[in-house]
Design a binder for this molecule. Structure first.
Ligand SMILES: NC(=O)c1ccc[n+]([C@@H]2O[C@H](COP(=O)([O-])OP(=O)(O)OC[C@H]3O[C@@H](n4cnc5c(N)ncnc54)[C@H](O)[C@@H]3O)[C@@H](O)[C@H]2O)c1
Ligand SMILES: O=C(O)C[C@H](O)C(=O)O
Ligand SMILES: [Mn+2]
Length: 556
């Protein structure tokens, strides 16, 4: 089949816009359908970046970039890869939260996403096949929209998180955008505001749970795994009652990944290891407190606890270092509303003389004297000056990570944490934060966001053709981020900077793939891990359009 001019100009995998060459214009009857000048990709990038800079608000900037994505993937990714640090907060968190909240009102283009409905399950297979359109899909990011960042249930509108996470995969780690698929599983929504909005584009009923929901997810997973046998299936922003269940259901059978549980676990472990590099303390001396023990909070605690064990403690000893605080206050084992993920960390009331009073964060910090405090609570400002000063009074270098996203939900601002602790706190935040100058020292603030690890983890797992994603691979990924920051510099960050995302995604990928091969998880023979990664890595450049056949791998 020969491409029509229409196909070439309107398919974002194929379109080169003003960069179509003279011979392509002759061959595909494009003469007169474009302005006469023929631009290079570099010229297009320069022009698009100048247009981008003229947009005033973050939302306008994001919409502008999405239009470029909708028209021309190569231009979008070239632009993104040249401005990773500047574009991350626009393409991704926190601006993505605004577009999710306003998705139906702003809708112009499905952006290659697949929309699956719990009420129309017979079309799952057909929808996936049509969306893939013959492409060799290696990576799906799927959400059901129930637990979007910390902003809650957005039903079908949550699809944007799958789209955005995939953009970061391609820009940061070079995952070929023609091999990915964003998917939303629409099981309804409990967000009354959107249910009552006549512009809402999703399924218009309350969220369905239980048997019907589980069989919807099962059906999707079974069909996707059968259709795309080399799939890496990334779950994002499912609700607290489903996220861990889903991961546990498939993790022994397929290559699945839950970003909020596992990705966040990796980045927080890497951040803690980075902080201990600066303070020269041992992990075994740390007392860990989690505030907001949901999907992320409990997932992170379990990863850090695993690290204590790897460093030589028994699991029983390790658990004694962990304290989970949620809505009820400190979690005790006699509570009847604990989640299965909270239960292993719940404490005995008999450990405290004033157990009945430990119903809030401040009281818990006073009683326990944590050395590490990680916030995944969605409660803005909950790391108050009192809480932080109390913590800092009992430990030399408190490790404090307010991770709730987006910006409006963060437990504290980096600036306040540095100031209240007189520069002693070792801080990382979920959203990007500017360096804080205090008493003549500039403190770099690491971004503890799973986006710093999931692209490399995915690239390494896919390159290794790994059958499963194991704890060993996850641990290798977390440890690989050590040593990138020079911890001897005053004010050094606990994590490497987002500006180096592409290079350390490669580091994470190599560590992950090596571990996969060491665990004999590779489906194909891999003699050289670095070569296997280089072989699948995609870079945004224009290539000759292959003559007359519509090839499976588009965009080339
Ligand atoms: N930085 C990162 O990489 C990263 C990764 C994942 C999640 N997060 C953020 O973490 C937050 C939580 O996400 P999640 O997926 O775990 O959500 P979740 O709903 O599963 O968990 C939130 C937990 O906070 C608890 N909580 C709510 N109000 C509270 C209160 N007043 N006091 C104490 N606890 C309270 C809830 O009961 C729940 O257990 C979100 O803001 C999300 O953006 C950040
Ligand atoms: O999406 C993010 O910014 C990180 C994380 O997955 C979250 O849910 O907050
Ligand atoms: Mn998430």
């Amino acid at each position: 089949m020969k491409y029509t001019p229409e196909q070439l100009l309107h398919d974002p995998f194929l379109n080169k816009g003003t960069a179509f060459t003279r011979s392509e214009r002759d061959q595909y009857s494009l003469n007169g359908l474009l302005p006469p000048a023929i631009q290079t990709l570099e010229q297009q990038v320069k022009q698009a970046y100048a247009q981008y800079q003229s947009k005033e608000t973050a939302l306008e900037k994001r919409i502008f970039l999405m239009n470029i994505f909708n028209e021309n993937h190569i231009l979008f990714y070239k632009l993104f890869s040249q401005h990773v640090y500047e574009f991350m907060p626009i393409v991704y968190d926190p601006t993505i939260a605004d577009t999710i909240e306003n998705y139906s009102a702003l809708f112009t283009d499905p952006q290659n996403a697949t929309y699956l409905s719990i009420d129309d399950q017979d079309h799952i297979e057909d929808a996936l096949r049509q969306s893939a359109d013959g492409r060799d899909i290696r990576l799906i990011v799927v959400t059901d929209g129930e637990g979007i960042l910390g902003i809650g249930d957005w039903g079908t509108q949550g699809v944007d998180i799958a789209v955005g996470k995939l953009m970061v995969y391609s820009a940061a780690a070079g995952i070929d955008p023609s091999q990915v698929l964003p998917v939303v599983l629409d099981a309804g929504t409990n967000n009354k505001k959107i249910l009552d909005d006549d512009l809402y584009l999703g399924v218009r009923h309350e969220r369905i749970y239980g048997k019907k929901y589980n069989s919807f997810v099962d059906r999707f997973v079974a069909i996707a795994e059968k259709m795309f046998p080399n799939l890496y299936l990334h779950f994002e922003d499912f609700g607290r009652s489903n996220a861990a269940n889903i991961l546990n259901r498939y993790k022994e059978q397929y290559t699945v990944f839950n970003d909020d549980i596992q990705g966040t676990g990796i980045i927080v472990l890497a951040g803690i290891l980075g902080a201990l590099n600066i303070s020269h303390e041992k992990i075994s001396d740390q007392i860990y407190m989690c505030f907001g023990a949901g999907t992320a909070g409990a997932g992170i605690a379990s990863r850090i606890c695993e690290e204590f064990v790897q460093q030589g403690m028994t699991i029983q000893e390790a658990k004694k270092h962990f304290y989970l605080v949620d809505k009820q206050g400190l979690l005790f084992d006699d509570m009847d509303d604990l989640t299965p993920e909270q239960k292993p960390f719940a404490r005995k009331r008999s450990e405290f003389a004033n157990a009945e009073k430990l119903t809030n964060l401040e009281a818990a910090v006073k009683a326990i004297h944590p050395t590490i405090l990680v916030g995944t609570s969605t409660v803005p400002g909950s790391f108050t000056e009192n809480v932080i000063k109390e913590m800092a009074a009992h430990t030399e270098r408190p490790i404090i990570f307010p991770l709730s996203n987006p910006t409006k939900l963060a437990e504290a601002k980096a600036e306040d944490l540095i100031c209240w602790t007189k520069g002693k706190a070792l801080v990382a935040t979920g959203i990007p934060a500017e360096p804080v100058v205090y008493d003549g020292v500039s403190y770099e603030i690491g971004q503890a966001n799973n986006a710093l690890v999931y692209p490399g983890l995915g690239l390494g797992t896919i390159a290794a053709t790994a059958r499963l994603l194991t704890d060993g691979m996850i641990s290798a990924a977390a440890h690989s981020l050590g040593g990138i920051v020079d911890s001897t510099q005053p004010g050094a960050a606990v994590l490497p900077p987002v500006s180096k995302l592409s290079s350390f995604s490669q580091t994470v990928a190599i560590a992950t793939a090596k571990e996969a091969v060491a665990e004999k998880l590779n489906r194909t023979k891999i003699a050289d891990v670095e070569k296997a990664i280089a072989d699948i890595k995609w870079t945004p450049e224009y290539h000759a359009i292959l003559a007359d056949v519509k090839v499976a791998k588009r965009g080339e």
